[in-house]
Design a protein. Structure first.
Length: 256
């Protein structure tokens, strides 16, 4: 595995370590490409304060820091500048307009809320509500169809615990969109190692059977998370069980 495109920074308020420490960890563990994709700020109303992402005012510092480190480490590793982005109806266009003012290599799609953080529900909360699964899938596919995202992070974050046939009916639509649009679905290493509801067997067994493209994401919130898949107990077995191979994990990044 030569590339990881899913790396956070302390600006998201739930990660630790410096950017330099993430880079040094990546080099130590044999990576040739390290993409930073911290949780994107959102142009929310002034009276709303999100505690899980950087502020709009921090974009300049985030970018400047990574540009300097990219130049410093150019002979050792390739640094990419990106974000993990929530697709929303209300904020997406305004957000992209702001981000495009700065150096930007890519964005990955990370749908944590539907329809958004302020007015919607958290997709990772356990639910038996089919309407929530449908809303999550509808929004995810609409985001994928913008053509802006290089891949879909933890596509199985939706924590639906109802019948398999309902789960498959809706999640099959995400997989079909992934194949149609050639957008890789992320197998999330952090979710696996921290005992979250994803990666999910019933999602990836279906996605693998349908022939979806895949990418592995460290989802690093600590420098020690930038590591090879075989160092995560059970992860290699998970891939083998579902007949998933990803090669060197290098993907083509889409211009934003």
């Amino acid at each position: 595995m030569l590339a990881n495109y899913h790396t956070h920074t302390v600006r998201c308020n739930h990660a630790s370590g410096t950017e330099r420490e993430y880079i040094e960890s990546a080099i130590k563990n044999g990576f040739k490409i390290l993409g930073f994709s911290d949780h994107v700020p959102q142009p929310y109303p002034a009276d709303y304060d999100s505690h899980i992402r950087m502020k709009m005012s921090e974009v300049a510092n985030y970018t400047d820091t990574l540009v300097k480190l990219r130049d410093e480490y150019k002979n050792d590793i390739e640094i990419k500048i990106g974000y993990e982005v929530e697709y929303t109806h209300k904020y997406f266009d305004k957000l992209l307009k702001h981000l495009r003012q700065y150096p930007l290599d890519y964005i990955i799609q990370g749908q944590h809320f539907a329809p958004d953080e302020i007015e919607g529900f958290y997709a990772g909360a356990m639910t038996e509500d089919e309407e929530k699964v449908s809303a999550y899938v509808d929004l995810a596919i609409e985001g994928m169809e913008t053509g802006c995202f290089s891949y879909f992070a933890h596509p199985d974050l939706i924590n639906y615990v109802g019948p398999d046939e309902i789960f498959q009916k809706h999640m099959k639509r995400v997989i079909e969109a992934s194949i149609r649009l050639n957008i890789p679905l992320e197998i999330n290493m952090l979710g696996f190692s921290t005992d979250r509801n994803y990666p999910c067997d019933r999602f990836f067994s279906l996605a693998a059977a349908m022939g979806a493209p895949f990418v592995i994401g460290c989802d690093a919130h600590n420098p020690i998370d930038v590591r090879q898949p075989e160092t995560v107990p059970g992860f290699s077995e998970f891939l083998k069980k579902h007949n998933i191979t990803v090669g060197d994990n290098i993907i083509e990044l889409r211009p934003v």
